[in-house]
Structure formats: C-alpha cells, structure tokens
Design a binder for this molecule. Structure first.
Ligand SMILES: *Cc1c(COP(=O)(O)O)cnc(C)c1O
Length: 406
C-alpha cells in the first residue's frame, strides 16, 4: 500500500491500488497460482518464519494475488488492514469468533442475513458465548442489552431484505461506552455508498460474492479493521484455521473492483428510478427503498449513505401466491437469491433466504408473505420497468406466462 494511492480518489484506487508487479511488468494483475514459495537460502527461510524479513511463506497465510485484493480493499475502505476469506460467511465467523471466548456476550440486530443470524443465535451459544438480539433501530434496546461481559455488537444496514437502516454512529457510541466493539456487515450498502469505519465501527465485513464480484462468478469475503484489531482478533485465527481465499478468486475480485464504482453508480441510479416506477404500479402495495422520502429511515439514509442502494423491497397484492405469480411472470429479471449482480434478480425472502425463521419471527422483521426483494442489475432501467409492469399486469389477470426462453 503506497502513500500515493491513499491520497487518490476511490475510482482511481480501485484500478491501481495494491498492484504488485512481477519482474515481467505485466499490465494486468498476475494470478499467482502457487501454494508455496522458494527461499534463496535456509537463512532466508528462517528469517521469514521469524518475521524478520518480509515475504510470503504459505498460501494459507497469504498469497501475492490475495494480498493485492486485500490492499485494494483496505485503500477503498480507508482501513489500516484487511484479510480476505473464502466467503462472506467465513469473514463474519472469523470476525465474531476471533473476539470472544466462553463466558462472553454479544449483541446483534435481529434483522441479519440468515447465516449471520445462525452464527449469533446458534453457533456462539454452543461455545458458551451468550447472545442477545435487539431491534436494530431501537437504540434503547441496544443500551439495555449491554452487560459487563459484552465484547462485540453486530449489525447490518441496510438490512436484508426489508432495507431497514440502523444508526451506525449511535450504535458505535453505545458499544464503545460499554467497552465493546462494533462489527458492521456492509454488503447491502457496498463500500461506495456507506463507510462504517468513518462512522465509528471497529470492523467491517463484506461478502465479496455480491457487488465486489458483481458478475456472479465466485465466492469471497473480506474483513477490514485497524491493524491492531486484525492482529489481535483475526490474523492468527485465519492462519491457523484456514478459511483462505483462493488466488483465482482474488484475481477475479481484483478485476471486479476496477469496475465497482461504475457498476454501483449505474445500478443505484436504476434502482432509484425503478423504485419510483414500482410505487405507481397497480398491484404494488408498498415499496421500501432508502432513497425514497417515504422510507421509514429516509433521514438516516440521507445522513449515513451516499445513495439509496442497488436493492428494492416491495410488496404485492395476494400474499405468497401473488408474489409467486409476479416472479414467475418476469421475463428479464431472474429468480435468484444472489444480489449485487449485473443481472437483475428477484427473490421471495419468505420461502428462500428467510424460510428457516418461523412465520411469526418473519412478520416481526417485516418480511410479509407478499414481499419480493429485487436486486437491480445493469440492464436498461426502462426494460426492467417494462418487465415489472408486464409481470404485475399478467399476475393481476391471472395469465400463466412462461419464463422467456433462454
Ligand atoms: C451474502 C451475504 C453474506 C454471506 O456471504 P457469502 O459470500 O455468501 O458467504 C453475509 N451478509 C450479507 C448481508 C449477505 O448478503
């Protein structure tokens, strides 16, 4: 990480940041498909193992292509350091497990990505770490949940799938007052629309599988924090347990980062237009989009985010059957639980990503039977609006349209 890169604007950092050229001077980042490294002498090997000499040792610890991805991400996020992982869930698991031991306590917002909720609600308690779930937008609940043994607070904002917002700066203050840290899952906002570290969070995690790849090709995750946080909580856990990112995936993700600002800007602009169009379509009973003034947390969105997100949640008439009819009648927008992709994708959270939760818990989170989550891609926004209007119309008339032939 050079000082020069740190002073550049985000789009430039995303093209050049972290690049390490080999002796061949390649233009594109090299893909180092190597598990190990050869030392000039036995003394050099000894020095490297002792940490007296910089360099790579073993790809479970680090690899040049993976390190380029980590450095580029750290520059983008304004973090001192970063660690890449095999998936977003490996990043969440390491960031949480790395901070706690039996007898500790964690607090998390209820509205979490399904697997994150499993880590907090099921996995940590099995190892003697108690957890409390709170309504993320109720600061009194966060305050009341803190105990002397609370080590860390965890939240996601905007949340999946209802796009509710949590006040990151306020929760960070509560965490620090109680001697705890705050970890933020920033997947929905992307590093370009929201900067949790600047808002006071101690650690940010991403599923790079989503917008960072953005083209549905590979899994990846990343943990960003101060050097102290990484050294103390994450570094050794990752090295010894091995949820490492493959160099190939790091290379794909490095190339993804180059186009991230262009993609997120285009997808956010389209999402804003589509959210407004949806709000005026017959058969749509509710639109949840942080960039719209009718969003319950619009004021917070204006303060905390630089854009309205690439995702929209909306409710249609007819509950689950109505939502299924609309999803099945879409001809361009695919049915998939991925998000942040260049292809627009719709999912019915109640029967897919959130089906593990009981109906009561889902309803408590605002996930109604008629709710659909739309991830807006890079197609022409007018084609997507036509697709949604056509599907709503077909659903209303009960016409069983087949998906467009591939
Ligand atoms: C997808 C996702 C994850 C998990 O990431 P994987 O790469 O699938 O392991 C975590 N949090 C959020 C908000 C996500 O959307």
């Amino acid at each position: 990480m050079t000082d020069k890169s740190a002073t550049l604007r985000p789009a430039t950092r995303l093209v050049h940041g972290g690049t390490m050229r080999s002796q061949f001077g390649e233009t594109s980042e090299a893909l180092f498909l190597t598990q190990g490294f050869v030392y000039e002498t036995a003394e050099a090997a000894e020095a490297r193992f002792k940490g007296e000499e910089p360099g790579f040792i073993y790809a479970r610890f680090s690899n040049p292509t993976v390190r380029m991805f980590e450095e580029r991400m750290a520059l983008l996020e304004g973090a001192e350091d970063a660690r890449a992982t095999a998936s977003g869930m490996a990043a969440v698991t390491a960031a949480m497990m790395g901070q706690v031991k039996a007898g500790d306590h964690v607090v998390a917002a209820k509205a979490l990505f399904g697997s994150c909720r499993y880590i907090v609600e099921d996995l940590l308690p099995r190892f003697g770490v108690e957890s409390t779930l709170v309504d993320g937008d109720d600061l009194d609940q966060w305050r009341a949940a803190l105990r002397p043994n609370t080590r860390t607070l965890f939240l996601e904002s905007p949340t999946n799938p209802t796009l509710d917002l949590v006040d990151i700066a306020a929760v960070a203050e509560i965490a620090h007052a109680g001697g705890a840290t705050l970890v933020v899952d920033n997947v929905f906002a992307t590093p370009l629309l929201q900067s949790p570290l600047a808002l006071g969070a101690d650690c940010v995690i991403y599923s790079a599988t989503k917008h960072i790849d953005g083209q549905g090709r590979c899994l990846g995750g990343v943990i960003l924090a101060s050097r102290d946080f990484i050294d103390k909580h994450v570094h050794n856990l990752l090295r010894q347990t091995g949820p490492s990112m493959s160099p190939f995936n790091a290379w794909v993700l490095l190339k993804g980062l180059e186009t991230l600002p262009v993609r997120v800007a285009a997808q956010t602009a389209s999402a804003g237009r589509i959210a407004d169009a949806l709000a005026g379509m017959p058969g749509v009973t509710r639109v949840l989009y942080p960039g719209r003034p009718d969003h319950p947390h619009y004021a917070l969105a204006q303060r905390q985010m630089k854009g309205g997100s690439t995702l929209i949640a909306f409710e249609v008439e007819g509950g689950k059957a109505g939502a299924f009819r609309v999803a099945n009648a879409l001809r361009i927008i695919g049915i998939s639980n991925n998000l942040g992709d260049s292809k627009s994708l719709v999912t019915h959270p109640g029967t897919t990503t959130h089906q593990r939760l009981s109906r009561e818990v889902r309803e408590g989170l605002g996930i109604s039977e008629g709710m659909l989550r739309l991830s807006v891609g890079l197609e022409d926004a007018d084609d997507l609006i036509d697709d949604l209007r056509g599907a709503l119309d077909a659903a209303a008339r009960g016409i069983p349209l087949a998906k467009a032939a591939e």
